[in-house]
Design a protein around this ligand. Structure first.
Ligand SMILES: *Cc1c(COP(=O)(O)O)cnc(C)c1O
Length: 378
């Protein structure tokens, strides 16, 4: 019997006892590694020893990639400088000029921009489509990849990953899923047959809003290509940030338990508030819970500026997933560059608020948000 998820997440540290038996992995904050002689250099290229230069590989970044692969039950993984660079090297491991990607239309704003504005410049064609509709009609001769998110941002649609994998397999396509909002604690897309799973480790994996990092996990053959892209495009993560992210991973289970409990209580409470038109909170994500983001729409019932000015200790940010409760304004930040028609079609309104529910006392969270809503009520 293998170890359980919680045990594995605590024991992510690789054993690196080079004479000093430290309990956790030391930070290998170095840009390069030394060689005894020319034969030793050859040994690196033969695969008989590790590490040459940190852009090419470093013990701390390796530790993070492997730790997340372990939690996703995937064969291997790499850590990168950001979630977006992990998405970039993952896509470039699959698609080249002339290929076509089908991407979900309700993606994280930064991913939308990467696909729409950058990858198209490399000659990669992208269609943004509703993954709830008939995906198969969108498949072309040059389609190579279906790209989506396990829980979408900011409206928290839960993707039917089994269906996506089934369609991909039928048409010999690859699949790639951004699992940032769910984390491997709730959903493990690789286990469902997804080829590449990507994380903005900036969010729950790190968990403390003090690093920017990404992780890509999946099959050895795709990861070998992605690793080369990461090296050649300079998308490596710094050793210190990898080390901090590994520290965050060790408490992923306990943080997620509290996050999801608090979020489900907040979602229930807000559904009853007179200033709220609509609460978006997913159902049936996993037995352990339904995620820790609650999105509300107050367009018709309350004044959005007053709400954001009445939040007391809750901070306004353009991110999510730290231990503190924070709120963000999708139309003003992450989704501001989405075409207006797409914003409207998706429901990203001027009254939409994304709440990243923290691990504080839930009564304090509920009281503070309810109070801001009451003040903002028209
Ligand atoms: C934040 C985020 C990203 C981008 O990650 P960075 O670490 O900011 O580059 C990608 N996908 C989702 C779902 C995110 O929330």
């Amino acid at each position: 019997m293998g170890q359980g998820f919680d045990t594995r997440s605590v024991h992510v540290t690789m054993k690196r006892d080079e004479g000093v038996p430290t309990k956790v992995t030391p930070i290998h904050q170095t840009s390069a590694f030394t060689f005894k002689n020319l034969e030793d250099i050859e040994n690196f290229y033969n695969g008989e020893r590790d590490y040459l230069y940190t852009r090419v590989g470093n013990p701390n970044t390796d530790e993070l990639g492997k730790a997340v692969a372990n939690l996703e039950a995937a064969p291997t993984g790499i850590a990168t400088s950001s979630g977006l660079s992990a998405i970039m090297v993952g896509i470039l491991a699959i698609a080249k000029a002339g290929d076509h990607i089908i991407a979900s239309e309700d993606l994280y704003g930064g991913t939308y921009e990467l696909l729409a504005n950058e990858l198209t410049g490399f000659g990669i064609e992208v269609s943004f489509v509703s993954f709830e509709k008939d995906l198969e009609t969108e498949i072309k001769k040059n389609t190579v990849l279906l790209y989506t998110e396990s829980i979408t941002n900011p409206l928290l649609r839960v993707e039917d990953l089994e269906r996506v994998v089934q369609i991909a397999n039928k048409h010999h396509l690859q699949t790639m899923v951004d699992n940032t909002f769910a984390t491997p604690y709730l959903v493990q897309p690789y286990q469902l047959g997804v080829n590449l799973v990507v994380h903005s480790a900036t969010k729950y994996l790190g968990g403390h809003s003090d690093i920017t990092a990404g992780v890509l996990v999946g099959d050895e053959d795709l990861l070998t290509i992605a690793r080369t892209k990461c090296v050649n495009l300079g998308a490596n993560l710094s050793p210190f940030e990898a080390w901090l992210t590994v520290r965050g991973l060790k408490t992923l289970s306990v943080r997620m338990d509290r996050h999801v409990q608090n979020a489900s209580k907040l979602a229930k409470a807000l559904a009853k508030h007179a200033a709220v038109d609509k609460v978006y909170y997913p159902e049936f994500v996993a037995e352990k819970g339904n995620g820790a983001i609650v999105t509300i729409d107050i367009t018709n019932q309350a004044n959005i500026d007053t709400f954001f000015e009445s939040l007391d200790w809750i901070k306004i940010v353009a991110t999510l997933a730290g231990v503190e409760t924070t709120v963000s304004y999708p139309i003003g930040t992450s989704h501001r560059n989405l075409p207006v028609e797409s914003q409207q079609a998706l429901g990203i309104t001027k009254g939409l608020i994304r709440i990243s529910v923290g691990i504080e006392d839930v009564d304090d969270i509920i009281r503070t948000i309810e109070n801001a809503l009451t003040i903002a009520k028209k």
